[in-house]
Design a protein around this ligand. Structure first.
Ligand code: SF4
Length: 990
């Protein structure tokens, strides 16, 4: 039962009876056990005095000092603190962090089992290569040498884009940043990571609506919500500890919980209103809700007038979505959606939460924008308790996205334009011409093309990079060498074609703590390398939780076996390729291969101005971790103590340099606070005018703003127009001069300024006029704008209509493999097109009706016990025990019609021929005509157990078929997100 917490603070446990006798000291489970006389075995040996180092005092299993080390769970984006107990370098026990405002002493099964993840006996223990069909142990020297030589040979023969660097949401921020920089130095944009296939449609949709592509508020801020609307998300399993925060709002505020999902999930079990709808019809559903809002005048008209552009065009589209049409398309009754609309209208502010159920569609960007429009219409944005709380998946998928492990941008969402490269070359101190020469270029004069400015192949399509006719690819040749670095291939669709692609490659390289399905999916006998990477518990560094807060992990233990940290492996390759001196030019080194982690943080601090990753120095992050107890559990703000006023983890944007001490931004676009104290406006990134309309905010502004209206983003010229440019110091001006390419000021020193000299010529202002808040490496433009309480990025309206996207107004479009072929004429998919270097099919697939032969919708999702492709968690004995069988959920009506009984083996086959043999689970969680499979399994392929193909002792405890073997083609029209939530299948008894 939930208890009301005194003063909003969670207690470690109810201090009644026995526990209250244990003084006022911090009490944890071990102290409780000792005090209660319940302690057994080695537990009794461990003191719990609250210090960081305690002495074992009794005979027991543990001898010597027990050190506690603070880290962060690596299994989801909630960011729960893990307290590790370490003795003589051995991780002997763990506790959840009670002081963390994110988890308040809670862990889910995965978090509670992370020690086994690090100490796992099924890990890769040393580098290996496959030779003559056998796995052979090799040294690191041999591995780097051989792999490096093959890459260099491929580069010579086929160009730098023939090597694909697939990175990871498991990198910490420093590793993610280095990985992206490393790919740039190698000379390719064929670099990407899991974000492409989990929330790329969120990032694109949300950023193009109001500025930034991230969760706007936080898990904790949900405490303030008056209504909670979850669509396409199952946080009870995917983000279990987040339920603490949702249920607090439900209990404390009587906040109604509405869950819209094709499947009655464990989250739906907590709902006041469960809306079942057909997979792939999110836009129709949301427009169906908005229809009632507009019909009844429940929209927030003043908010729309002052802060939103394009809502009139949305209204025109929504008018078509009458209750009858919505029910025809989605299956959800109009009367229910009227009730949902009324509930949302009567309980403001409400929050909207979504996950991959909404994002993984061919029109996923339409879905995410429709969710945003719902919140804009209700006036729920920029307010505590409102917002779009988009729960990211992996622990650092937010950070790896921010740091640009993506094929379409450099770190900080700067893109790939010439200006973006110039910016990062300045941060890196690199010769831009040298960088250019690393990339493939062709043509001359006006026809000159350098692939450094061209989006690379996204991870969702790497198999097409290998298999497609090279004539059809916008790069010189196919991908020949594939590096899967912390990536589970079974999290991707079309696995039968992936097998072919893996077999066609010249070389396949896996860098991971576990062998992953990449080690066994193919039938290769040679040319596969497995390099053991360390987990995040064997290094230190920062990690960004879903709410944009940065936390610091300390190192718990040295890398096990022969594992190496990602940043050391990057260093080894950089040395092999001969550019380590350049790559680490401004970074302190522990040795020739290993950068000092804090020094890497400081380098990205110097360049990440766009999203405000500039104020979170290692020192500030460590201070927050050490003083977690001083932060409020709801506002996340420190109350007194050494971080007084800061928001926990300095959620980005944390403007300016660390010296500026910006507290971070807890809720994006919240104008009730001054910008200097975490307030914000909507970002002005789409111009100032559209079709004669003003795109800037109308007469509204953040608290204390000296500009009391909308305004564009800040440039030097704008500062000058306002007369604020004189606030810049001479040192800042020198940096600005450098950004503008003005010669002669780069050597400006403080001494010159203090001597009263003015090294700036009379036309200085004209020369630097265009330098803006994103490219000024001094942070001066940001500092001055914020000193006048203005947002560096301007004050604009959100745009409900994204005129740069294929569907400016979000439209419903039937999935490529639709069970409702009768709707295709009204709601067709897109024309085939080429983008991200590859031809991409839409209409040519939808041209055929597959619904007769494949009558059941196939969708997929997460289980609480496992994560991602599942290799780590299925190799963890504590978790593997909990869920040992891969299964398919089938409605009893379908099962009975098919002659399938609960627990029986069935074949699930997709329309592209991929099929899996799994156990049938009969359940009404899914509707008739819908089947669900979890996506964490691997190691079986189309009925065959592949256990014998793993290196000895490195096979996960639990193997199973991958749902993605049966999953099909389909990619979002903007981001190339894969479609995994709405395809078709047939099911037959095995
Ligand atoms: Fe917390 Fe997520 Fe780890 Fe579970 S998996 S303990 S919810 S961070």
């Amino acid at each position: 039962m939930l208890r009301k917490k005194t003063g909003g603070l969670a207690r470690r446990t109810a201090r009644t009876g026995l526990i209250s006798d244990i003084s006022n000291k911090s009490v944890d489970r071990r102290a409780f056990l000792r005090g209660s006389g319940l302690a057994i075995g080695g537990l009794a040996a461990i003191s719990a005095t609250g210090g960081t180092v305690t002495q074992a005092s009794a005979a027991g299993a543990v001898k010597g000092a027990v050190e506690t080390v603070k880290s962060v769970c690596t299994h989801c984006s909630v960011g729960c603190t893990v307290i590790a107990e370490v003795s003589n370098g051995v991780w002997i026990g763990q506790e959840p962090g009670w002081d963390s405002p994110f988890n308040l002493g809670a862990h889910c099964a995965k978090g509670a089992a992370v020690r086994e993840h690090a100490h796992g006996e099924r890990r890769l223990k040393y580098p290996m290569k496959k030779e003559g069909g056998e796995w052979k142990r090799i040294s690191w020297e041999q591995a780097i040498d051989e792999v490096g030589d093959k890459m260099l040979a491929s580069r010579d023969a086929h160009g730098p884009d023939s090597v694909y660097w697939l990175g990871s949401a498991k990198h910490n921020n420093e590793q993610a940043y280095l990985f992206r920089k490393f790919a740039a130095y190698w000379g390719t944009n064929n670099v990407d990571h899991q974000a492409r296939i989990c929330h790329s449609t969120t990032v694109a949709g949300v950023a193009n609506t109001w500025g930034y592509g991230a969760m706007t508020n936080s898990y904790n801020d949900i405490h303030n919500s008056r209504a909670i609307f979850v669509i396409g998300g199952n946080p009870a399993e995917a983000h279990p500890v987040s339920l603490l925060h949702l249920l607090k709002a439900k209990e404390q505020n009587n906040a109604p919980v509405i869950v819209c999902d094709p499947r009655f999930t464990r989250t739906a079990a907590h709902a006041d209103e469960y809306v079942r709808f057909r997979p792939g019809t999110d836009v129709a559903l949301v427009w169906g809700i908005l229809w009632h809002i507009f019909e009844n005048g429940w929209e927030d008209k003043e908010f729309i007038r002052t802060r939103v552009w394009g809502m009139d065009q949305i209204k025109e589209e929504v008018a078509k979505w009458t209750p009858e049409e919505v029910e025809r398309v989605t299956g959800a009754p109009g009367s229910q959606l009227e009730r949902v609309a009324r509930t949302m209208a009567n309980n403001r502010p409400g929050t909207v939460i979504w996950c991959m159920g909404g994002t993984q569609h061919t029109n996923g960007n339409n879905n995410t924008r429709a969710y945003c429009v719902l919140q804009l219409a209700l006036g729920n944005m920029g307010t505590s308790g409102g917002g779009t709380n988009i729960f990211r998946g992996h622990d650092n998928v937010q950070g790896a996205t921010d740091l640009g492990v993506l094929s379409h941008t450099l770190p900080g969402y700067y893109g790939l334009s010439a200006g973006a490269w110039a910016h990062w070359a300045r941060v890196w101190g690199e010769d831009l011409d040298w960088l250019k020469a690393q990339f493939h270029s062709e043509g001359s004069g006006e026809d000159a093309k350098n692939l450094m400015n061209s989006t690379g192949i996204p991870v969702s399509r790497w198999i097409d990079g290998v298999l497609e006719d090279p004539e059809n690819i916008d790069q010189p040749d196919n991908v020949k060498v594939m590096v899967l670095w912390g990536h589970a291939p079974n999290s991707q669709t079309r696995m039968t074609e992936m097998k072919t692609a893996m077999e066609k490659l010249d070389t396949l390289v896996v860098v991971d703590p576990f062998p992953t399905v990449s080690a066994v999916l193919h039938d290769r006998t040679d040319g596969v390398y497995l390099l053991p990477a360390a987990t995040q518990f064997e290094t230190r560094g920062s990690v960004t939780a879903s709410n944009r807060s940065l936390q610091w992990r300390d190192k718990i233990m040295e890398p096990l076996f022969e594992a190496k940290t990602d940043h050391e492996i990057i260093g080894l390759f950089a040395n092999k390729f001969g550019f380590a001196d350049r790559l680490f030019r401004n970074i302190e080194m522990e040795d020739e291969n290993t950068p000092v982690v804090e020094s890497v943080t400081r380098e990205f601090n110097r360049g990440m101005w766009t999203v405000g990753y500039t104020g979170q120095s290692p020192e500030r992050m460590k201070l927050h971790m050490a003083n977690q107890h001083t932060f409020d559990r709801t506002t996340l703000q420190a109350i007194g103590g050494p971080a007084d006023g800061d928001y926990y983890g300095m959620p980005w944007p944390c403007w300016g340099t660390a010296d500026m001490k910006h507290p971070g931004t807890p809720n994006l676009y919240d104008m009730s606070k001054p910008v200097s104290k975490g307030g914000l406006t909507f970002r002005a990134r789409f111009g100032v005018e559209r079709d004669g309309d003003n795109l800037l905010a109308e007469g509204v502004y953040s608290a204390g703003s000296e500009i009391q209206d909308g305004y564009p983003e800040f440039t030097y010229q704008m500062l000058k127009d306002l007369g604020w440019h004189t606030d810049l110091t001479n040192e800042e001006r020198a940096f600005i001069a450098k950004a503008a390419g003005v010669e002669g000021f780069a050597d400006y020193t403080k001494e010159v300024g203090e001597a009263g000299m003015s090294p700036f010529p009379s036309d200085f202002d004209d020369q630097v006029a265009k330098v803006n808040w994103k490219t000024d490496l001094s942070g001066g433009i940001q500092r001055v704008a914020i000193a006048h309480e203005c947002a560096p990025f301007g004050n604009a309206k959100a745009r409900a209509v994204v005129w740069t996207f294929p569907d400016p107004v979000p439209l419903h479009r039937e999935p490529l493999y639709t069970p409702r072929y009768d709707l295709v004429a009204d709601y067709p998919t897109y024309e085939d097109k080429k983008f991200y270097r590859l031809p991409t099919l839409y209409k040519s697939i939808q041209a055929k009706d597959f619904s007769g032969e494949y009558p059941i919708i196939l969708t997929s999702g997460r289980l609480v016990e496992y994560e991602g492709g599942g290799d780590e968690t299925r190799s963890n004995p504590w978790l593997a025990e909990l869920q040992q069988d891969m299964f398919v959920e089938i409605n009893p009506r379908d099962a009975n019609n098919l002659g399938v009984r609960d627990g029986a083996q069935v074949w699930v086959e997709g329309p592209e021929g991929g099929k899996v043999k799994v156990m049938a689970m009969l359940t009404e969680r899914v509707a008739p005509g819908v089947a669900f499979m979890p996506f964490h399994f691997g190691g079986h392929f189309q009925g065959e157990d592949q256990r014998s193909k793993y290196p000895e002792g490195a096979d996960p405890y639990v193997l199973g078929e991958s749902t993605n073997t049966a999953q099909t083609y389909g990619y979002d029209s903007v981001t190339q997100m894969q479609e995994t939530k709405s395809t078709l299948c047939k099911i037959v008894a095995a």
